[in-house]
Design a protein around this ligand. Structure first.
Ligand code: ATP
Ligand code: MG
Length: 561
């Protein structure tokens, strides 16, 4: 797959440059990444993180991390910590760690001002009644019977709401917008609701909580954010964002909301709420299950920060929503891992090879390159002996001329070792091949300089010595969903498209060097793909997760069907 062209400037940068040309002080540029701590970050967030933090780098401007924590029902300190961990893992540094909840008092004071100026009222109707009066995009809404409430009445009711004198759901504070605006969000939006839930930071101090729109722009203003970037679904919110800001604005930077497209990835879902459902219903092991599109899942799967950032940069920032092919993300992983990961030999599905003319008790230590892509990666020792394992699908009893692996009467090179020739075989009771008897050419050792060692044979196989090996556990994955767009049908539960075979675990035979593998280290299992040592590894059993195959088998499979 070809690398997408990365344009030198995205449209957000054009907007910023225009502002600078018009006289905006470059020193006042400031950005923020504002996650709600109601779940783990996913690949979509990588795009928003990358956009904001790369702008910070490009313009030498600070970037705040702001937790948009206005809904205590769904938010949690665990998510705060996970989010910080993920952004740090991506190697981005925020200027200040802020919380919308830091501003609850100020937001409350501003709400009091709104009320005093006759711009807000307390509505006692039910949510359903309010919704019925909203109208439709083509027909105006109706005024609430509480709209003409006096500011004094509104003020005392709102203070009572704050003091916990009214039950949850009994009333809300509404902004006096315009009930016939073509923008439905302007039709007297809710500013505050009663929630008698403790907040993970403010505990029981508040039982009224501001809505997103009342909190977001003002938080940007308090933090002096110059450009507040969010995804396209917030476009209709911009009018409200500006209106609220106009009301509170006194001096300094007036933040500007601009919208960019969401990133969607094929064969997965990018919504914290949906990902939570997968966790809660045990479709996956947890938020960091390697099949999850969360940053922590991708990390456990073996994706590197560089791979994810290169992916986000290559996808770019556009004004229209799009779905990116999952194989492009895999391509980015492969590209980075190829440069960085040490090569090792692992046989995933073994058959035995006995080299009949090799001395019985001989153990040879051979040297092989760690990474041909990295001249500084050095060499390591591998062990050759009479009895070996090779991959079951690397051998066939009979095969045509195009089969360059091992067949009876045919020759192959064992990687970094000798040329062998298959002479005969033994099958088990079930008729499956158990052992292949081969002879080897003692003069053919790779790198030995002999004429024989330079003899070209068509196939090279990976192998592992039976005498010196380590058994490992390997997790291999398929797509988590069978449908490229699992949540396209809004009437259907997206979990219907779960792939029941997305995880296959087996035992494999690895060269002895993997005995010392550390969790978090990636390897290329030669001729197979990239694998990362998992956190569940013990000294006794190492566990490896497959990141991605060496080549893109998926797109080929798709093209055939
Ligand atoms: P989710 O639906 O997954 O909860 P969200 O938009 O509610 O997503 P937030 O925590 O509010 O999640 O998002 C933090 C920032 O990341 C916001 O600026 C949001 O616009 C951006 N963001 C969220 N999802 C994506 C995505 N898929 N692509 C690009 N940016 C995203
Ligand atoms: Mg959200």
């Amino acid at each position: 797959m070809k690398r997408r062209k990365v344009s030198s400037k995205n449209f957000i940068e054009h907007i910023i440059d225009e502002d600078l040309e018009k006289g905006f002080d470059k020193k006042k540029l400031k950005f923020r990444f504002p996650p709600e701590p109601n779940g783990y970050l996913h690949i979509g967030h990588v795009k928003a993180i990358c956009l904001n933090f790369e702008l910070g780098k490009k313009y030498n401007a600070p970037v705040n991390l702001r937790f948009d924590d206005t809904n205590p029902v769904k938010e949690n300190k665990i998510f705060v910590d996970a989010i910080k961990d993920d952004i740090s893992w991506l190697q981005y540094k925020w200027e200040e760690e802020k919380y919308a909840s830091d501003y609850f008092q100020q937001l409350y004071l501003w709400a009091l001002e709104l009320i005093k100026k006759g711009k807000a009222y307390v509505d006692n109707q039910s949510t359903e009644q309010i919704a019925l009066q909203k109208g439709t995009p083509t027909s105006p809404g109706q005024n609430s019977p509480f709209r003409n409430q006096s500011p004094d009445k509104a003020l005392s009711l709102f203070i009572e709401m704050k003091e916990g004198k009214h039950p949850e759901g009994s009333m809300v504070l509404r902004f006096k917008g315009n009930m016939s605006s073509s923008n439905m969000l302007m039709r007297d939006p809710v500013l505050y609701r009663i929630l008698k839930k403790p907040h993970h930071r403010t505990k029981d101090k508040w039982c009224i909580y501001p809505m997103y729109d009342w909190a977001h722009g003002q938080s940007d203003y308090i933090e002096e954010i110059s450009h507040s970037l969010c995804t396209l679904e917030f476009l209709p919110h911009r009018e409200l964002y500006d209106e609220y800001l106009d009301f509170v604005y006194k001096k300094g930077t007036k933040p500007k909301q601009r919208e960019f497209s969401r990133l969607n990835l094929s064969y997965t879902v990018t919504s914290k709420r949906k990902l939570q459902k997968l966790v809660e219903n045990s479709f996956v092991e947890g938020w960091d299950d390697p099949r999850m599109p969360t940053i922590s899942g991708l990390r456990r799967r073996g994706y590197t920060p560089t791979a994810l950032i290169n992916f986000a940069k290559a996808v770019g920032v556009a004004k229209r929503d799009n779905v990116i092919d999952a194989s492009f993300l895999e391509f980015c992983a492969r590209e980075d891992l190829n440069k960085k990961s040490r090569r090792v030999m692992v046989v995933l599905d073994p058959i035995k090879v006995i080299v009949t003319n090799y001395p019985e008790n001989k153990n040879e230590t051979l040297l092989t390159e760690n990474n041909p892509e990295d001249s500084e990666a050095g060499h390591r020792k591998i062990h050759f002996s009479k009895e070996l394992f090779i991959e079951r699908n690397d051998f066939r009893e009979t095969a045509n001329r195009k089969f360059f692996r091992l067949k009876l009467g045919g020759e192959v090179r064992l990687k970094s070792a000798y040329i062998i020739k298959a002479q005969s075989l033994k099958k088990n009771d079930k008729g499956e091949i158990d052992t292949v008897y081969c002879t080897y050419d003692p003069l053919s050792l790779s790198g030995s300089g002999t004429q024989e060692s330079q003899r070209k044979v068509k196939g090279t196989l990976h192998w592992v010595s039976q005498k010196k090996h380590v058994k490992i556990k390997v997790n291999q994955y398929d797509r988590l969903f069978t449908n490229p767009n699992p949540d396209s049908d809004k009437d259907q539960d997206f979990t219907k498209h779960i792939n029941p075979h997305s995880l296959i675990t087996n035992k494999a035979y690895a060269e002895i060097s993997l005995k010392k593998a550390e969790p978090g280290t990636s390897f290329q299992f030669q001729r197979q793909g990239y694998f990362i040592c998992d956190k569940k590894s013990t000294d006794k059993t190492k566990v490896f997760n497959k990141t991605v195959s060496l080549r893109d088998t998926w797109t080929k499979k798709e093209a055939k069907t």
